[in-house]
Ligand binder design. Structure first.
Ligand code: GDP
Ligand code: IMO
Ligand code: MG
Length: 438
């Protein structure tokens, strides 16, 4: 099944091509069989990656999805933000399921901590925004990255510098409690409670915290296989996404370099993961969104509800304008198409080929959310297929209409689709071509 690995150079990134939830967890679990290291580089437990394999069904938020293969090391890089309570819960749940992380999981001492006050601020600021809320996951991600940029964040490595930690925490809490009390009229966060938590985190996490940048850099130098697992998606990128309806990190390829301390020319392969249609959770422009009807049908058929928050995902047709933009931002070497099976049985399927704005044709994804909001999709109808693609493991099993749909996406995006996912289980996967072409 996997002799395509012979061609793999050492470092390959698997990135979300749309607004997240493309099925990265599933494909990373599939692809990491021959990896030495699987690394997360951005985001925090706002991510929800579903993995279904012979060990069961798992929802991962911080721990990389390569953990189910024996002998693989999984690392969480400096570019992430880590909620220690969330991480410990995940470690405990995996341990209970028979997956031992000791000696296999390393979290960067440079990763910033998502503190309880970040979660409080996330929820309070969203509430205060009312109708203009971003629709965040409420996990404290934005406020944690805000503190990082403001240089008042606390990093995992700081947990072991007890005196410095206490004085920094006191200082930062003075600032945040002033906002919590005076701007939002809410209850202040207790310094003692957080300091107590920090002690507990230091005790329990000490065996997992280390210098991830060195581990990854050394592995690359030794020509080991490193799989970089993206979280979120290109269109949620803080700079390149649909600002302000984005997350607060960089899920794009540049984020992989800064978020793991690796060099741009060390990355050999960049795979863009795309659903065969589109979804988005939270607010923000979504040109191909389907309201009611087919949208509801796909949501229910495909169980399109958030892995982290359980919120219904907004559903729409495949948007090739957005996909081409995503390919430019990330420089995909090829694409991975997931959830093809969800389209089984539709009479016809639509693909957005370009937008119209004020009567003019738009082929470049606008950088401004309010412009994007006004764009109208122009669709091409593609015939659907009767025979199922669900569970197919070989391209020869796909009906000719499905092949036509795949070809159309390849042509519109200008990149080959090298892997197709036909179901949530690891084995429900088609390898079309070896995934490296040099
Ligand atoms: P991620 O955040 O990109 O890892 O994606 P999520 O796990 O949040 O959401 C993807 C959902 O689609 C999960 O429920 C997966 O089990 C499921 N999934 C992944 N690939 C396929 C596929 O090819 N077909 C179907 N039907 N489900 C899939
Ligand atoms: P995975 O890794 C889908 C969205 C939220 C919200 C916006 C900002 O599972 O693909 P945040 O809590 O990050 O400040 O929320 O980003 N969002 C995601 N949507 N999948 C994700 O991750 C997401 N992570 C954040 O819904 O619109
Ligand atoms: Mg997800």
């Amino acid at each position: 099944m996997i002799d395509f690995w012979r061609f793999i150079l050492s470092v390959f990134a698997v990135l979300g091509g749309q607004w997240g939830d493309e099925g990265k967890g599933k494909v990373v679990d599939f692809l990491s069989e021959k990896a030495d290291i699987v690394a997360r580089f951005s985001g925090g437990n706002n991510a929800g990656h579903t993995v279904i394999n012979d060990k069961g069904e798992f929802k991962l938020h911080l721990v990389p999805s390569g953990i189910f293969w024996p002998n693989i090391k999984v690392v969480i890089g400096n570019g992430t933000v880590v909620d220690p309570d969330g991480l410990l819960q995940e470690i405990d749940a995996l341990t209970e399921a028979g997956i031992d992380l000791r000696g296999r999981l390393v979290v960067s001492d440079r990763a910033h901590i998502v503190m309880p006050y970040h979660r409080a601020l996330d929820v309070l600021s969203e509430k205060a925004k009312g109708d203009n809320a971003i629709g965040t996951t409420g996990k404290g991600i934005g406020p944690a990255y805000t503190d990082k940029v403001a240089r008042i964040g606390i990093r995992l490595g700081d947990l072991f510098q007890k005196e410095l930690l206490a004085s920094r925490l006191k200082e930062v809490l003075k600032y945040h409690n002033a906002i919590i009390e005076n701007v939002y009229g809410s209850e202040p966060v207790s310094f003692e409670d957080i300091l107590e938590k920090c002690k507990l985190w230091a005790d329990r996490l000490t065996e997992y915290i280390g210098s991830v940048e060195h581990i990854v850099f050394d592995a690359i130098t030794e020509n080991k296989n490193v799989l970089i697992e993206g979280a979120q998606g290109a269109l949620l990128d803080l700079d390149h996404g649909t600002y302000p309806y984005v997350t607060s990190s960089h899920p794009t390829i540049g984020g992989a370099c800064t978020g793991l301390g690796i060099l741009h020319d060390q990355i050999d392969v960049v795979l863009g993961v795309f659903k065969a249609y589109s979804t988005r959770v939270g607010s923000g422009p979504f040109v191909t969104e389907l309201h009611g009807g087919v949208g509801d049908e796909i949501r229910n058929l495909a169980n399109e509800f958030g892995t982290t928050t359980g919120r219904p995902r907004r559903v729409g047709w495949f948007d090739s304008v957005a996909a081409r933009y995503s390919a430019r931002v990330n420089g995909y070497t090829s694409l991975l198409l997931t959830r093809l099976d969800v389209l089984d049985g539709f009479d016809s399927i639509k693909v957005c080929t370009y937008y119209e704005l004020d009567g003019k044709k738009v082929t470049d994804f606008p950088g401004n959310a309010s412009l994007l909001e006004r764009c109208k999709p122009v669709y091409e109808d593609v015939p659907g297929w009767d025979l199922p693609t669900a569970g197919a493991t070989n391209i020869s099993q796909l009906p000719k209409e499905a092949l036509r749909y795949i070809k159309m996406i390849e042509e519109l995006v200008g990149k080959p689709i090298d892997i197709i996912s036909t179901g949530p289980h690891r084995t429900e996967t088609i390898v079309v071509r070896d995934i490296v072409r040099f």
